[in-house]
Design a protein around this ligand. Structure first.
Ligand code: SF4
Length: 109
């Protein structure tokens, strides 16, 4: 069976050129997660790695891609969707306190 062609080579080249321009703009590389106090804020590789590992939800920056679609789908079944609560600055302050305690006790985990 012949494999279906993804797109014409010329079109593919144009798409790649467009992506190269997009990633040149620092605004497009900025982390949009509101949890600026998160230990992995702006560290995309580590952020994505842990989201992949746990498989529970997407990094915040990717969620808008799905949210509108899911809301529209839920509406067709007369359902509502609610946003889950996120970690707070207090949660991260607690992590910091525990890290400091561990350091004082010589535990470098
Ligand atoms: S992958 Fe994580 S760190 Fe990178 S932009 Fe998205 S939310 Fe921010």
């Amino acid at each position: 069976m012949e494999q279906k062609k993804f797109m014409a080579k010329e079109n593919f080249y144009e798409v790649i050129q467009e992506i190269r321009e997009i990633v040149k703009d620092p605004e497009n590389l900025r982390c949009t997660c509101p949890n600026t106090f998160c230990e992995w804020y702006g560290k995309c590789r580590e952020c994505v790695a842990q989201h992949r590992y746990f498989g529970k939800h997407l990094p915040v920056c990717l969620q808008p891609i799905l949210k509108d679609k899911i809301n529209a789908l839920a509406e067709t079944a007369e359902l509502y969707t609610d946003a889950k609560e996120r970690s707070t600055i207090e949660d991260w302050q607690y992590v910091s306190e525990r890290d400091n305690l561990n350091k004082q006790n010589g535990d470098n985990k």
